[in-house]
Structure formats: C-alpha cells, structure tokens
Ligand binder design. Structure first.
Ligand SMILES: *[C@@H]1O[C@H](CO)[C@@H](O)[C@H](O)[C@H]1NC(C)=O
Ligand SMILES: *[C@@H]1O[C@H](CO)[C@@H](O)[C@H](O)[C@H]1NC(C)=O
Length: 196
C-alpha cells in the first residue's frame, strides 16, 4: 500500500515534470529546428520553382496536342514536334533538379505541395497523351514517342525522389485514378518509380 502510494507519487511527479518540461521548453526546442527548416524550405522552393516552370511549359504544349486530337489532325508530322517539346521540357527539369543538392529531410507541408504539383503535371500529360491513343493508326511512331516521354518523365521523378526521399509515395497516392491511363500509355518506368 505504502509502496504503491509511493509509486503513484513518483508516477505523478514524472507526469508533472514531463508536462512542465514540455511546456517550458518549446522555445529552446523549436529554434534550432526552425533554422534548419529555413534552409530546407529554400531548397523546396527551388524544387517548386523548377516544377512550376515545367507546369507552365507543359501547359503551353498539351492544348496543342488536344487540338490535334479533337481536330482529327494527329499524325507523325504534327505530333512529333509537340512530343519533342514535351520531352525536352521534362529533360530540362530533370537536369535542373539534378543540379540541386539534396536535403536530409524537409517540411511535410511543402512536400505535400510538391507532390500535388507533380501529380497535377502527370495527370495533365497522361490525359492529353491518352487522346492520341484514339488516333494511333495515323501516328505510326506513337509508341516510340510515348516511350521517350516515359523515359524523360521518369528522370524527373527519380530526380525528385533523390532530393525528397518519400515524395513519390505521396505522388502515387494522388495518382491511383490515373494509373490505368499510365498503363494504357505503357509508361512502365514511370509506373515502376511510383510503385503503381
Ligand atoms: C486539320 O485538318 C483540317 C482538314 O482535315 C484542316 O482544315 C485544319 O486546318 C487542320 N487543323 C490543323 C490544326 O492543322
Ligand atoms: C531527353 O533525354 C533523353 C534521355 O536522356 C534523350 O534520349 C532525349 O533525346 C532527350 N530529348 C530531348 C528532346 O531533349
């Protein structure tokens, strides 16, 4: 009885001290952390700006592909230059990403933002390219063109994962509905990197 009272007093004291410690120390704990995350936020901002740039280039190319599809004008001659612009935009982003140094970890919030951005870009690309599948008969080199997009897109994804380990898991959860279209496009490298 006495022992158990003594024990519960010690437990109470421990709980009290733990609370006091936690309550008294947030400032000393968070200050060094916020210094570190400031550096990481900068690095995430670099990644974000590369991706925003990619998004805007892609946003200029895809509507032209959509127009070819809806006009029934898709052919090797019309599609090839646009797909080359797309792969070249992806290649540029991949090489910009590889120029950044990786941070050991980063803020959850900005990883979510980056994952959303990437998932949006992949979804847009996938939807437009999927339109071309309907006119594959008039685009004999379509398979080769799509495989080039897959290679370049995958390089972007690999570059991202190198900088922000785990980010592709977040991207993949946002692309569950798009996975079927990625399969139709035979984007094997992209699917493998995303684990879809
Ligand atoms: C698509 O083809 C039609 C004729 O089939 C032509 O009138 C139209 O200008 C073409 N559009 C483009 C964007 O090339
Ligand atoms: C993109 O990169 C791939 C692989 O590095 C290369 O084979 C391809 O020619 C490049 N395409 C363009 C348009 O830059």
């Amino acid at each position: 009885m006495i022992f158990s009272r003594a024990f519960s007093f010690v437990s109470l004291l421990t709980v009290f001290l733990t609370f006091t410690f936690v309550a008294a120390n947030p400032i000393t704990f968070t200050e060094p952390r916020s210094d570190i995350s400031f550096g990481k936020r900068q690095s995430n901002a670099d990644i974000q700006s590369i991706l925003t740039d990619l998004q805007s280039q892609v946003g200029g190319i895809l509507p032209q592909i959509d127009a070819l599809v809806s006009g029934g004008n898709a052919s090797d001659d019309t599609v090839t230059p646009l797909i080359n612009q797309l792969t070249s935009a992806l290649n540029d982003s991949a090489s910009s990403l590889s120029g950044l140094s990786s941070s050991s970890s980063s803020k959850r919030q900005s990883n979510d933002d980056i994952a959303n951005l990437v998932a949006g870009i992949i979804t847009d690309i996938t939807n437009s390219l999927d339109g071309l599948l309907g006119q594959a008969a008039s685009i004999p080199t379509l398979g080769a063109l799509l495989s080039g997009v897959d290679i370049s897109l995958n390089q972007v994804l690999v570059g991202l994962e190198t900088l922000l380990a785990g980010v592709l898991n977040l991207v993949a959860t946002l692309l569950v509905d798009v996975a079927g279209l990625l399969r139709s496009l035979a984007f094997g490298l992209t699917l493998a990197s995303l684990g879809l």
